[in-house]
Design a protein around this ligand. Structure first.
Ligand code: FES
Length: 238
């Protein structure tokens, strides 16, 4: 590039960065690996038998704990193929969401710990919930989303858990599922999980429920999948 062209390019880049502060982030977007492997845990039903595809009803969501005995996740049947996509973070970095699993590639799972201030489903209530296409949120008018009513963050389960609106700074962490011989397994977590913040913030609650923090941090070997309503008394939707 000759000197004049070089100076012109610099001027254009400088102008773009003034207009759009995210310009440099987009220009230098980097693909990063945010996969954390944990135990390969078979998803089972409450009777102890392996969860099958037909057990996961369309547009229903289910609760299980993974990778730790105390960290809740939602399993959702979105009833259509969920294709892979790039998930962009606010610093411009990107990671790859692999899409749904199962025969129809319509099953996804996410950490149910909100990435804003770690609201999560307890036995008493859940502010963070999935809204089916027939069930619009009254506050955001959105459906087929995961929404946290604590401060109205909305996440898209069909796009790797990206934030659609609200104060959450990060997508929901994606639970990496595999489907082998008709059985589902959880194998790891993709994205910026909130586990350390969760353990720090809810120390006393977790001690009360699990005895010690160490026990709350035990890794699961299998994960029991249940209807959310069987675990949570009140699903608070807004
Ligand atoms: S804790 Fe979920 S939006 Fe604030």
């Amino acid at each position: 590039m000759d000197r004049r062209k070089f100076i012109k390019s610099c001027t254009v880049i400088g102008a773009m960065s003034t207009i759009n502060p995210g310009f440099f982030n987009q220009l230098f977007a980097q693909e990063i690996n945010l996969v954390k492997k944990y135990n390969k845990a078979l998803l089972i039903k409450e009777d102890g038998t392996p969860l099958k595809e037909e057990d996961i009803k369309p547009y229903n969501y289910y609760l299980f704990f993974y990778p730790f005995v105390s960290t809740p996740c939602y399993l959702i049947n979105l009833d259509k193929e969920v294709p892979p996509c790039d998930v962009k973070l606010s610093d411009g970095s990107i990671y790859k969401f692999k899409g749904g699993v199962g025969i129809k590639k319509n099953i996804v799972a996410y950490s149910a710990i909100c990435s804003h201030q770690w609201s999560y489903p307890t036995k008493d209530y859940a502010f963070i919930n999935y809204y089916s296409p027939e069930q619009k949120s009254q506050t955001t008018n959105r459906s087929n989303v995961i929404q946290c009513c604590a401060h109205l963050s909305v996440f898209d389960p069909s796009q790797g858990g990206i934030v659609l609106e609200g104060p959450a700074p990060l997508p929901l962490a994606n639970i990496i599922l595999t489907f082998e011989d008709g059985k589902f397994y959880a194998e790891g977590v993709l994205g910026k999980d909130q586990f350390e913040e969760f353990f720090d913030n809810y120390k006393s609650d977790l001690r009360e429920q699990y005895g010690t923090t160490k026990k709350a941090k035990s890794l699961v070997e299998t994960a029991t999948v249940m209807e959310v309503g069987k675990y949570v008394k009140e699903q608070i939707k807004c």
